[in-house]
Design a binder for this molecule. Structure first.
Ligand SMILES: [Zn+2]
Length: 318
């Protein structure tokens, strides 16, 4: 199939992934240095309260809500000066603010829930998950960049949270996103999956690794696959991407075409690595595998790569 923009799918694969449903208009061209302070003064402003890898949820109406008014947030004990402006949704200012969370001291209708549980338990909708990913990644960056990497002087937030500026030498520092390649290697009717040492029992997944400075996505996919499995790749094609706020990664999902089949696993990283037939992968997806093997859950990019290959792809697309 020849690619052209006119026949590219309108429903991009990325939109099916957890944390990908962000609907906030970031208004990146309008980020003045006092934009977060001005937004906090808007009566309708909505705040996400984030601390120690957790998001505070309000259960007072039954369902979990991740949004707080300024007054409600102040009652819980936020630091308004540390608020960052995410952007606007439905013309309402959306902010994220760090909160010192002592889960046991929160009132009964509030719960501070870790990001992963919020995702896996489906506690909030896709727009809320997307806002959480944006806020969590930015606040994590701020928390670890309080001093200038050039001169060591203290830095201050600017541009509503999208920049820090050194108070000593004036250097400007910008939020980072760390790209991670995650790839499903395919050989005919089989795919390659591995088991990391920390994986839940029975789970096999696509291989993954950080993209290094000076590397293309394709080169990183080929290098990581060779290092972890001994498999050399020919063609590499992009499939989808997923914001992953642990703390500020972007997962970049690809397929790779295997050039050899003899696996030499990296036993320091992997407990096991082997080929799986499409029939076996379909059982793992459907929960009917006789050995109770399975793949990661649907919100994970690995699941979508594996699912798309097992159910639809007969070959790697051009
Ligand atoms: Zn400096």
């Amino acid at each position: 199939m020849h690619f052209s923009l006119s026949n590219a799918p309108e429903r991009e694969a990325s939109q099916f992934l957890g944390f990908a449903g962000n609907v906030i208009d970031r208004q990146s061209e309008k980020r003045s240095d006092d934009s977060a302070r001005l937004a906090l003064a808007e009566p309708g402003a909505r705040l996400l309260l984030i601390g120690a890898g957790r998001l505070v949820l309000d259960f007072s109406t039954g369902a979990a809500s991740p949004y707080f008014t300024v007054a409600a947030a102040e009652a819980i004990g936020i630091q308004p000066d540390a608020a960052i402006l995410l952007g606007r949704a439905d013309d309402v200012a959306m902010l994220a603010v760090p909160v010192a969370v002592e889960p046991e001291t929160l009132p009964e209708h509030l719960k501070a829930v870790d990001f992963r549980s919020i995702l896996t338990q489906g506690l909030i909708d896709g727009a809320g998950l997307g806002a959480m990913a944006q806020g969590a990644a930015l606040l994590a960056w701020h928390a670890t960049h309080r001093f200038c990497g050039r001169c060591g002087g203290p830095t201050e937030m600017r541009a509503g949270g999208y920049k820090r500026r050194c108070t000593s030498c004036g250097a400007e520092h910008f939020p980072r996103t760390d790209p991670v390649a995650i790839m499903l290697t395919v050989s005919g009717d089989r795919c390659l999956m591995g088991r990391g040492r920390h994986f839940a029992p029975g789970v096999y997944s696509a291989l993954a690794g950080f993209i290094e400075p000076g590397e293309t996505i394709e080169a990183a996919v080929r290098r990581e696959t060779l290092e972890e499995s001994g498999i050399r790749l020919g063609r590499v094609v992009y499939h989808s991407s997923q914001p992953w706020p642990f703390p500020y990664s972007l997962m970049i999902g690809c397929y790779g075409e295997a050039l050899n089949e003899d696996i030499v696993p990296d036993t320091a990283e992997l407990e096991d690595c082997r080929w799986f037939s499409r029939a076996e992968v379909l059982q793992m997806l459907d929960g009917t595998h006789p050995g109770e093997l399975r793949v990661p859950p649907p919100h994970a990019i690995a699941h979508q790569l594996i699912h798309a290959w097992a159910k639809t792809l007969n070959e790697i697309p051009d």
